[in-house]
Design a protein around this ligand. Structure first.
Ligand code: ADP
Ligand code: MG
Length: 463
């Protein structure tokens, strides 16, 4: 019928605009490498900030004692305690709580956000079992994972450059986030020191290195997306400080803000961006991370409802509301293995009060999910390729059996199996079989928080 002709036309057109053939991915990767160089050359030289983390030594596995972490991501924050055994004994004990951030605090004041967080932290600290032994004669020490762009001034200080991922707390921008946290601790009478301020990518890399000496990069695929890797200190022209003894510096790329004419974007992406809190920014993040994938699918379906009467004569009102289709829902529908796509039917009933989906319609919905997830996963693979190329790990040097581990963290990568598999397959496709065998993507669940606690240990002021 006429409806289906129009529907398939919209799907085909969308698929074309989202296409990511290898040739395109190589162009994206080339462009990213150019930006990496520019961002390392000068402050403000690129959309890629390539931030200096002040982590010039990654964990060795000898870290010891009781340390805490606070991991503020986008959707939730986690508070952790780790008992580290020292010299190869790893993590003896670990505990965490996860708290979701009330939406009103995401656009309130800095004090309101940090007071809320510290209240949870104080509660967590007060409920400590005897399995954990505080380090005698020292205050408690904390690694603070803060997953927003920060210009660090030392390992334990840095000013917030901007918010991303739906946060907009204006009075915090330009302020030292460690000072904000410390002042909130003082307001609550909580005696704790912040020994390390780290981006989640840097935390994940540290956590991955703690368990595997071959870890040299980390990627976050959660609410947002970002990556960090180990750079040679003398390849960072904008660094004017003394060269670290290790000769290395971890760089927080802030790759979410990458943008290139080679990125395959559709009109749905452009509209979502235009209506977002940060138009024109975080474009790469907006095509591949968890906050946005579901929203892109919703926008396509909305257009199909309007232009092709996909759900009948009117557009179902609930379908018009932005961000009502989350990425966990599209992952569940995409991975629905039931013959009649029952998960899709159920979700549409629950979320949008649409109860009359035919099997043919459900198949189209799954197809849209597949297009969006495939594009995101393949573009993420192109990003990882860029890092490997920058580090010279995309080829096999004569006779060397160098192995490369990339630490991976984030709810999207962890839970969306089809996305993860697609990313892995695409990376193999880009690298070729021989090189692929030397590269391992290693899921480190909660690596961002664990790594921050370990960095607090290695940067302890009380050795
Ligand atoms: P954050 O990025 O806020 O630190 P997480 O790493 O836990 O937090 O990632 C949370 C994000 O992961 C969610 O916003 C969501 O987009 C995505 N996510 C969570 N569960 C799933 C799932 N089952 N399928 C797909 N994506 C998921
Ligand atoms: Mg996180």
């Amino acid at each position: 019928s006429g409806k289906w002709v129009k529907v398939m036309e919209i799907v085909r057109d969308f698929e074309e605009k989202c296409a990511t053939p290898v040739s395109r991915l190589k162009q994206v990767s080339d462009a990213m490498i150019v930006e990496m160089h520019a961002g390392l050359a000068s402050e403000g030289g690129s959309k890629l900030k390539m931030l200096i983390s002040y982590v010039d030594n990654l964990p060795t596995g000898r870290e010891k004692g009781l340390f805490y972490a606070l991991d503020l991501g986008g959707t939730n924050f986690r508070v952790l305690r780790l008992q580290l055994g020292g010299r190869g004994r790893g993590i003896l004990n670990q505990q965490f709580v996860e708290v979701s951030i009330p939406p009103n605090l995401m656009s309130g004041t800095s004090n309101a956000l940090f007071d809320f967080i510290v209240a949870e932290l104080a509660k967590f600290v007060s409920q400590e079992s005897s399995d954990y032994e505080p380090n005698p004669g020292r205050p408690r020490e904390l690694g603070f994972t803060f997953s927003f762009p920060v210009m660090q001034t030392s390992i334990a200080s840095g000013t917030l450059l901007k918010w991303t991922k739906g946060f907009s707390i204006n009075d915090a921008v330009g302020r030292d986030v460690v000072a904000e946290l410390t002042e909130a601790m003082e307001r609550h009478g909580l005696d704790m020191r912040v020994s390390a301020l780290v981006n989640d990518t840097v935390g994940t890399l540290a956590g991955a290195r703690f368990v595997n000496n071959d870890a040299v990069a980390a990627v976050i695929l959660g609410t947002g997306s970002n990556a960090a890797y180990v750079e040679r200190a003398n390849a960072i022209p904008k660094w004017h400080g003394p060269l670290p003894r290790s000769g290395e510096m971890v760089i927080n790329m802030e790759w979410g803000n990458f943008k290139s004419a080679h990125l395959p974007l559709s009109e749905y992406d452009l509209e979502m961006d235009a209506e977002s809190l940060n138009p024109g920014e975080q474009i790469y993040e907006k095509v591949l991370s968890g906050m946005y994938l579901g929203e892109i699918v919703r926008r396509v379906l909305c257009w199909m409802a309007q232009e092709a009467a996909f759900f009948g004569d009117t557009v179902p009102p609930k379908l018009k509301v932005p961000f009502t289709l989350g990425t966990p829902a599209i992952s569940a529908m995409h991975q629905d293995t039931s013959p009649d796509l029952k998960v899709v039917a159920d979700r549409f009933k629950e979320l949008f009060e649409i109860s009359s989906t035919s099997l043919q319609m459900r198949k189209v919905i799954v197809q849209i999910c597949n297009i969006v997830a495939t594009r995101g996963a393949r573009l993420a693979a192109a990003g990882i390729l860029s890092i490997l190329r920058k580090m010279g790990r995309d080829t096999i040097k004569d006779g060397e059996k160098q192995r490369t581990v990339v630490g991976m963290d984030g709810g999207l990568y962890e839970h969306y199996t089809k996305y993860r598999k697609c990313l892995e397959k695409c990376l193999n496709e880009l690298l070729g079989e021989e090189v692929s065998e030397t590269i391992a993507l290693q899921l480190s669940t909660d690596g961002s928080g664990i790594g921050a606690a370990i960095l607090a240990a290695s940067h302890s002021r009380y050795h």
